[in-house]
Write a protein that binds this ligand. Structure first.
Ligand SMILES: Cc1ncc(COP(=O)(O)O)c(C=O)c1O
Length: 468
């Protein structure tokens, strides 16, 4: 209501003095009655003037898979294995550190801190990433703290992509890469990972890029390539050889890399995470993006960062400075305390970065076994906390004859009929490649065992009912 009044007020100035409008204590209804009778023609102009067009760069970017499926999940009060967040407590040293930051003696921790990152946090991140990247990482010039990895990604796109530039996106991809490319005026160019043995049990390593197809996507217009390893939703951990192939193409065509490595610690069965920035000649062209939400199981804290060389970082930092500017100080302080503790025990099994995947691997196996039991074909992930599974052999009739991909219809049916929420995998592929993934749906397994068992019970019960 208030918005409607303030937005039409300037246009009303020809027959209703703005001062009167804003100072009036009359109820809004009488304001509207007064003005509709007193100056009808101006009012119709006013109505038209409230139809403000959104910015062009938003075209095609309204809504997304999360908005749609979260609303459906809530509407049906469904068990949620769709969205990626833990339903258990984070390590208590970070939550205690947050309480201490907010209520402790250093009251300034409740105030603004340095815009590019709280000094204690950037120091800790720089120490850690100097080890991980095996090179000095300067806390003041090579680290930028952002509102989640999401903002880091946004600043990378805005910091480098111009209208006319192309961005190569490896599919399946975290869905925001596409609108972020377009919002910067760029054109996304997609190249899919494909299953090498569709219709059978696989691991995420068996989803592969075709190197010739990838090279065919590079052109004079290519400015950047986005890679996510370990990958959401597949859980694929790109091998060193795969990353070398990608890195060599980026060097050959002089292309930047946005490396989304938010699941960097979540590795199973001894898999190793290779950081593309550490490959020869790659530091100077790579922006590496991470997330405290994923690292410390605190997704609601929305804290992330970018690590990059000075000459790249200055563009990303400039964008951050002109939008978010400064992230929440207590959250940064608490994350810094967490990093300082873990830095002292990086190779010990007590380190949360190793403890968490050790805790998740049996959950992954429990979910995979349950999915197999009901006739789905899970793709065992080597990393991350999602698993996709082929449901096509179940032969479910959803009764939905829309032209949506099969997985979207199946997920909607599961939410509606079985009160069980997952996410369609085709949402992580571009329009032209959705068919690669439409037999798969995505499950999140960073959940209590009891949640995963409830999911298994729903599926088993459904299976039983099919036999009757
Ligand atoms: C691949 C990937 N990148 C980035 C993000 C965003 O991370 P954050 O919550 O830190 O913004 C997510 C969150 O799910 C993700 O899966």
């Amino acid at each position: 209501m208030f918005k409607a009044v303030t937005s039409i007020a300037p246009a009303a100035s020809s027959c209703c003095r703005r001062g009167v409008l804003f100072r009036s204590s009359a109820p809004l209804t009488s304001f509207y009655q007064l003005n509709t009778s007193a100056c009808f023609s101006t009012t119709s102009q006013l109505m038209a003037s409230t139809e403000f067009k959104g910015a062009k760069r938003l075209e095609g970017n309204y809504g997304n898979v999360w908005v749609e499926y979260i609303a459906l999940t809530m509407k049906h009060n469904a068990l949620n294995l769709g969205q990626g967040f833990p339903d258990f407590a984070p390590p208590d040293y970070v939550t205690k550190a947050l309480v201490e930051a907010v209520t402790g003696p250093n009251v300034l921790l409740n105030q603004y801190t340095r815009g590019y990152g709280h000094p204690r946090l950037v120091n800790a991140i720089a120490k850690l990433f100097s080890k991980l990247h095996d090179r000095p990482v300067d806390p003041m010039t090579n680290v930028l703290v952002t509102a989640g990895a999401y903002e880091s990604l946004f600043c990378c796109f805005q910091g480098f992509i111009n209208p006319g530039d192309e961005v190569i996106i490896i599919e399946p991809f975290f869905d925001c890469y596409e609108p972020m490319t377009r919002a910067a005026g760029g054109t996304p160019v997609f190249v899919p990972l494909r299953p090498s043995k569709p219709g059978s049990l696989m691991t995420s390593a068996e989803w592969k890029l075709d190197p010739a197809e990838l090279e065919s996507k590079f052109s004079r217009k290519t400015k950047a390539l986005v890679i996510n390893t370990p990958n959401n939703p597949l859980g694929k951990v790109f091998t060193r050889e795969e990353l070398e192939m990608i890195a060599n193409l980026c060097k050959k065509y002089n292309v930047l890399v946005f490396a989304d490595e938010v699941y960097e610690w979540l590795l199973y069965d001894g898999h190793k995470h290779t950081r593309i920035a550490t490959l020869p000649g790659m530091w100077d062209r790579t922006l590496t993006i991470s997330s405290a939400g994923k690292t410390f199981s605190v997704t609601g804290w929305k804290l992330g960062w970018t690590v990059a060389p000075d000459h790249l970082m200055k563009h990303v930092s400039a964008f951050h400075q002109n939008c978010v500017y400064t992230c929440a100080t207590p959250i940064q302080e608490a994350a810094a305390v967490g990093f300082e503790l873990e830095l002292g025990r990086l190779d010990s099994p007590d380190c949360y970065f190793l403890e968490l995947p050790a805790m998740l691997q049996p959950k992954r196996d429990l979910l995979a076994a349950q999915l197999q039991e009901v006739g789905m074909l899970p793709v065992t992930p080597d990393g991350g906390y999602f698993m996709v599974a082929d449901f096509s052999h179940l032969g479910v009739e959803t009764g939905d004859d829309s032209d949506e991909p099969k997985d979207c219809k199946f997920v909607k049916w599961l939410i509606r009929e079985k009160k069980f929420a997952t996410i369609p995998t085709s949402a992580f592929y571009s329009k032209e490649h959705k068919s690669v993934a439409e037999n798969y749906i995505r499950f999140c397994f960073i959940k209590e065992d009891s949640t995963l068992r409830r999911a298994g019970d729903i599926l088993k019960e459904w299976k039983r009912s099919l036999k009757q």
